[in-house]
Design a binder for this molecule. Structure first.
Ligand SMILES: [Zn+2]
Length: 170
C-alpha cells in the first residue's frame, strides 16, 4: 500500500571536485614556486556591504604561521565577519564580493582550490596560482570551525575540506 506521508527531503553531501575548483580560481598560473623559506602575507578584501558592492571593501591581513596566509585570513573572515554562518558566507560568495591579494608567493594548489570554491578573485594580476602544494609550511588549511562553515556552504563533509584536500594535488 502506498503511504501518503510526505517524503522527507534527503540532504546528501557530495564530494567537491577540487580540480574544477582550482580551475575556477582565475589567477594566472605560474610554475614559479617562490622562495620556500620566505614568509608570505595575504590580504583578503570583502565588500563593506554585500548587497551594494560599490560601497567599497575592507581588508583582513593573513600571515603564515599556523598555516598558509590566505587560509589564515579566510579563517578569520569566516569566524568574525560571517559569524561562522554558512548562509552569510554564501551571500559573499554568490555576490562575488571577495578578493585575495598574495603577491610575495603564488597561491598553492590547495589554497587556490578553496579560493575557487568560494568564488574569490585575485585582486590584481600580481596574485598568481601554482599547481605546487608548497611544502615548506604544512598545509593546515582552515581551523575546525571555518572548515565546518565551508563544508556547509559547499554541501560536503568537513573531511573533504580537511584530510581529502590536504592530500589532493592538481
Ligand atoms: Zn597555500
Amino acid at each position: 500500500m502506498c503511504s501518503d506521508r510526505p517524503r522527507r527531503a534527503v540532504v546528501k553531501t557530495q564530494a567537491v571536485d577540487w580540480d574544477e575548483k582550482w580551475d575556477d580560481f582565475v589567477a594566472e598560473e605560474t610554475a614559479d614556486k617562490g622562495d620556500g623559506k620566505m614568509d608570505c602575507a595575504a590580504i583578503l578584501y570583502y565588500a563593506k556591504d554585500v548587497t551594494n558592492l560599490s560601497r567599497g571593501y575592507k581588508q583582513i591581513f593573513g600571515e603564515t604561521g599556523s598555516g598558509h596566509a590566505e587560509m589564515n585570513a579566510l579563517d578569520e573572515f569566516i569566524r568574525t565577519i560571517c559569524d561562522s554562518d554558512s548562509s552569510t558566507l554564501a551571500a559573499y560568495c554568490t555576490a562575488g564580493a571577495l578578493y585575495i591579494e598574495c603577491t610575495a608567493k603564488p597561491c598553492c594548489c590547495r589554497c587556490s582550490a578553496i579560493l575557487g570554491a568560494l568564488n574569490f578573485k585575485p585582486s590584481s594580476t600580481d596574485t598568481k596560482k601554482t599547481k605546487a602544494p608548497m611544502g615548506s609550511t604544512q598545509w593546515g588549511g582552515l581551523g575546525p570551525t571555518a572548515r565546518g562553515v565551508v563544508a556547509g556552504y559547499l554541501n560536503t563533509t568537513t573531511e573533504d575540506i580537511g584530510t581529502t584536500l590536504a592530500a589532493w594535488k592538481r
